[in-house]
Design a protein around this ligand. Sequence first.
Ligand code: KIV
Length: 288
Amino acid sequence: MTEQRKKINLPYLFKKVQDGEPITWLTCYDYPTAYLQEQAGVEMILVGDSLGMTMLGYDSTLPVTMDDMIRHTQAVRRGAPTAFVIGDMPYMSYQPSVETAIRNAGRFMAEAGCDAIKLEGGAQMADKIKGIVDAGIPAIGHLGLTPQSVSALGGFRVQGKSAALAKRILDDAKALEKAGAFAILLELVPDRLCQLITEQAENCIIMSLGSGPHAHGQLLIYHDMFGLYPKFKPRMAKVFGNAGEVILNGLKGYVQEVTTGVFPQPENWFGMPDEEYDELVKTMKTGA
Ligand code: KIV
């Protein structure tokens, strides 16, 4: 992408749905990656609270704060000025009350220049979605595997495999759409459940993360795509390149070259005119 594209907005996203064109969505947490995603034409960017794991090295997303999220989202916004940037509401930034949810969603918009926010949970979060949407902030729901509730869900595993649990997710999707969510992310639900929810959605964009091809678009975690998360690679993730390996080899090369004196070379440093150097040495000797 050489020319700056137009700002991605809600009418653009709904037009893609209407035209049957899949929407592209990735996670991102920093300026240089946001710059690259913008250049590549990625349409939606999620500044996920997964940054707690991918960037900050925690074992879960739970310790992530609003201040962490705002700092990273600001950097992403600077790198991707035309992408549709979504701030992910971290743990306990919306669960306690509708007012807390609206205030923190408002921070994403006012302090980080977001286009929308995302929060996890079904019908029990409908009042928070409604409050946020009524405050004029576009909101995305998140169903299926919701990492903030990973303990209650029994681990990182597919959700909604039984008819009863699938029905609950379907009902949750309806409740979120009714509450005003303009989009819902389905993470790790069976492909046929994702298809049913997509077919039944009336005015809501359904996005898939590991939930099959029948949604209106796809989301992937950037670090999983490029071998940048050392602890594990989820089965649903496709590796599009091994940047982790490239960087590791480069780092080993650096250590080797410094150790053996190959780096630096004259092109890596700056000299000083002879007369200035001689003057310096003279000054040091005389102390003047
Ligand atoms: O935080 C995040 O990146 C997310 C994805 C797992 C969807 O919420």
